[in-house]
Design a binder for this molecule. Sequence first.
Ligand SMILES: Cc1cc2nc3c(=O)[nH]c(=O)nc-3n(C[C@H](O)[C@H](O)[C@H](O)COP(=O)(O)OP(=O)(O)OC[C@H]3O[C@@H](n4cnc5c(N)ncnc54)[C@H](O)[C@@H]3O)c2cc1C
Length: 311
Amino acid sequence: MDMNTIEAVVPTTDPAQWRDGDAWLAGGTVLFSYGSYAFGPQPVKRLLDLGAAGWTAVTVTDDGIDLAATCTIAELYRLPESPDAAGLPWPALDLVRPCCDSFVASFKVWNMSTVGGNLCTALPAGPVISLCAGLDGVATILGPGGTSRSVSVTDFVTGDATNCLAPGELLRSVHLPASALSSRTAFRRLSLSNLGRSGVLLIGRLDGGTALVLTVTAATKRPVQLRFDTIPDADHLAAALEDAIPAALYHDDIHGLPAWRRDMTYRLAEEIRTELAAPEGTGAAGPTVSGDFWPPRSTPASGSTALPKGA
Ligand SMILES: Cc1cc2nc3c(=O)[nH]c(=O)nc-3n(C[C@H](O)[C@H](O)[C@H](O)COP(=O)(O)OP(=O)(O)OC[C@H]3O[C@@H](n4cnc5c(N)ncnc54)[C@H](O)[C@@H]3O)c2cc1C
C-alpha cells in the first residue's frame, strides 16, 4: 500500500512531538495495509517511527513480566522458553503460545507486528489483547508533557477498533502481574474455518486457587471479564454471562455471526468452568485448543514457518 500523503518519517518516542496528522508507526502491518486515509478524517502526514525506540522487548522480574509496546509477536512467542522465564512458578506462561498461534499470522505479521500495535488496533480478534486481558495486564500510556497513566488492558480496548488513547498518547508497555502468572489457566478458541481468524477466545484463571476469572474476547467487540469468588455452578455462570454481555456486544463480521459467537461463548465458558473445577492434573496436559482444526504440533514450532498464511 502506498502512503503517498506522508511528508516525513520521524524516529521518536516522545509524545510531545506528536501533532495532528501523525500516526505512531510500530510494525506497520496495519498502517501499510490500510493506507493513509483509514485513521481519521484527515490523511496521515507523518509517521512517528518507534523502530529505534530501543526498548527491551521483555523484562522479567519477581513482580511479573513487562512487555514493551515494540515487542514483536515472534519475541513474545519465544518468552516461555527463554532463560529469563525458565523455571519460574508461573503456569500461566502456557497461554503465551496458544495466543500467539491464534494470530495464524503470515511471516511478515509474525516478525514485524507488535504487542502495542495489536492492542492499539483493537480488533476483537486481537490475540495479544486476549493474552494481556486474560492475565490482568496493565498498560502504561505516555502523554505529551511527560505524563504517564495506567489502564487495565480490559479497559484499554473500548470497542471494535477503538481504544482509550487520546490523540498523541503512546502505549509504552504492558505489565503482567506475577499473581496472575501464578494461576492455573484454561484456554479455549474457536474459528469458523481451518486457520481462520478467532471467532471466540476465552481464558479462564483460578486466582488464589479458588476464585475464577473468565475473560471473553473475539466473540465480543471488546474484552469482557467476569470474576467469581468461587467457581460458580453452570447456571450461575450462564446467568453471569447473560448479565455481562448484552446481545449488541457480540461481534458481527465475516468471521462469525453474533448468535453463533454467543452460543460458543456459553459452551466454551462451561468447558473452562468444568476444567478448572476438576483437580489439577486430571485434565489434558497443557492448554487445550478446542473446536477448531489445528493439527497437533509434533515439534516446537517457529510459528511463522509452521503455520500457513491464513489470517
Ligand atoms: C494478513 C494480515 C492478517 C492479520 N490478522 C490479524 C488477526 O488475526 N488479529 C489481529 O488482531 N490483527 C490482525 N492483523 C492486523 C495487524 O497485523 C495486527 O493487529 C498487528 O498486531 C498490528 O501491529 P503493528 O505493530 O504492525 O501495528 P502498526 O501497523 O504499526 O500500527 C497499528 C495502529 O496502532 C498504532 N500504534 C502502534 N503502536 C502504537 C503505540 N505503541 N502507541 C500508540 N499507538 C500505536 C498505529 O499508529 C496504528 O494506528 C492482520 C494483518 C494482516 C496484514
